[in-house]
Design a protein around this ligand. Structure first.
Ligand code: EPU
Length: 441
């Protein structure tokens, strides 16, 4: 059964919605619960598919999961952690990128880990070489056991080590943290990722009894401990979802208040939003994003690791940039293939040219290679309705924003991909006055 969202666009999004916890933190905290000797409680959990996938992975490993979707609470009891059946692991192949993070916790608890082939959005090659390299440095043995997965063992235990990431990868930093906290001895990670979701994971691990320090120069030091206990924690807000609704408000000429949004994680986005000509008001538990009238400004934008402009904010904002006066330049430096979504925007009337060259000054791994990772957007251009098939999570939400901004009726297919990261987005669109209707074909 395929779901199609019929979008009658061309009207501003106006109203108030609420955003809960960050998918890219909650899923990692769920994995951390495996390390505890007692149950953990996570609050502010969004009802998105990635949470269901990780709940499933926990369950097949013997973790008792009690998930109250409406309350947004997850209770995880890892006291009976056990090896999962291969058939159950295989059933999770291609579902998400989170399974690779189970390696350290399962090695500590069981001495071995079977990891299904990973899924996630096709926004680049997305290798796992850093993850496997880190696990080997801790003393793990990694072997590919079938076409669909990896088998990892730690015959001599896991031991602290020094590691330098050649790029501050979020997932690799999390891999190292989740393994080092119970490894024997000290571990040092240089050039670590320091995204807010990682800081919240470190907060969780500290609550569990871990010893972790973070220096200002991207160096993280961990002293392994013998036992960790369960945690109680409230997730930080989903800064990607908050920015997505902000970009949607701007692109449609609307006015959207996002409850649950918190300013510190949004600072870089808010600066850029203001430069483009968007306006915002900040209160204790909400950010109101609105188009103040008049023309929007073109900008030069480069995505980067935190505290830079995050790659996941790029796609929604590009839709708003199609409505800005003049030439905007976007240089994507985190993923080599995150501009493919612009094809659909072009088909809707946007003027966007993509380039292999680096159109920016940040160090970039994709410059001398064959990747269309820079874009020039010329605006403003009217957007016209089109039938669209969603390519990936963030690109898909961007297509949805374009359909909402465009005159006429667009049919957006494959929108189940958007459920991976946006809780009840159709309900929220209704709350914002959008003329949308879900159809099943
Ligand atoms: N990389 C490697 N080797 C590795 C790991 C990463 O070369 O072993 C490269 C990647 O190919 C990429 C870069 O390093 O070019 C950065 O990847 P990173 O590891 O930082 O990303 P990730 O952990 O796979 C998480 C989020 C992404 C988000 C990025 C960057 C989750 C589940 N995913 O991915 O979120 O874009 O960090 O902030 O936390 C999304 O939510 O839609 C999403 C894609």
């Amino acid at each position: 059964m395929n779901s199609v969202l019929r979008v009658n666009g061309g009207r501003p999004l106006v109203g108030e919605i609420a955003v809960r916890g960050a998918k890219n933190f909650v899923s990692k905290a769920m994995v951390a619960s495996v390390l505890g000797s007692s149950p953990s409680l996570l609050r502010n959990v969004p009802q998105v598919r990635d949470v269901e996938v990780v709940s499933g992975l926990l369950s097949i490993h013997g973790v008792a999961v009690d998930y109250d979707r409406d309350a947004g609470t997850l209770r995880m009891d890892p006291s009976a952690v056990d090896t999962a059946r291969l058939a159950d692991i295989d059933a999770h192949a291609g579902s998400s990128r989170i399974p690779i993070l189970f390696c350290g916790p399962l090695l500590h608890r069981l001495g071995e880990a079977f990891i299904p082939d990973l899924g996630g959005c096709q926004i680049g090659d997305r290798p796992i070489n850093y993850h496997l390299d880190i696990l080997r440095e801790f003393g793990a043995k990694v072997e590919k056991f079938t076409d669909t997965g990896i088998h990892i063992t730690a015959p001599n235990g896991l031991h602290g080590m020094k590691y330098r990431l050649s790029y501050p990868s979020v997932g690799a930093t999390e891999q190292l943290l989740l393994t080092a906290v119970r490894a024997e001895g000290k571990t040092e990670l240089s050039n670590a990722a320091i995204e807010p979701e990682i800081m919240d994971l470190i907060a969780v691990l500290q609550k569990m009894g871990a010893l972790i320090s973070v220096d200002t120069d991207r160096v993280i030091r961990i002293e392994g401990v013998d036992e960790l206990v369960g945690f109680t924690h409230t997730s930080l807000c989903d800064r990607i979802e908050v920015a997505s609704w902000g970009a949607a408000a701007l692109a449609t000429g609307g006015d959207v208040t996002v409850r649950g949004a918190s300013q510190p994680e949004m600072m870089t986005f808010l600066n850029t939003f203001r430069k483009v000509g968007g306006a915002f008001d900040i209160s204790d538990d909400a950010i109101r994003f609105y188009h103040p009238g008049g023309a929007l400004n073109s900008i030069v934008l480069e995505t980067d690791v935190h505290p830079g402009f995050m790659t996941d904010w790029q796609q929604p904002l590009v839709v708003a940039l199609t409505q800005a006066n003049g030439l905007s330049i976007v240089h994507e430096t985190v993923y080599e293939n995150r501009l493919g979504f612009t094809d659909a925007l072009r088909a809707m009337g946007a003027q966007i040219q993509v380039y292999r060259e680096c159109l920016g000054g940040l160090p970039c791994r994709f410059g001398q290679r064959n990747f269309f990772h820079s874009a020039v957007i010329s605006g403003p251009t009217a957007l016209h309705a089109r039938d669209i098939t969603v390519p990936d999570l963030r690109g898909g939400f961007s297509h949805l924003i374009a359909a909402l901004a465009a005159d006429g009726v667009s049919n957006v297919r494959g929108i189940s991909l958007i459920n991976r990261g946006y809780e009840n987005f159709v309900g929220k669109l209704h709350a914002l006055g959008a003329d949308v209707e879900m159809r099943t074909t």
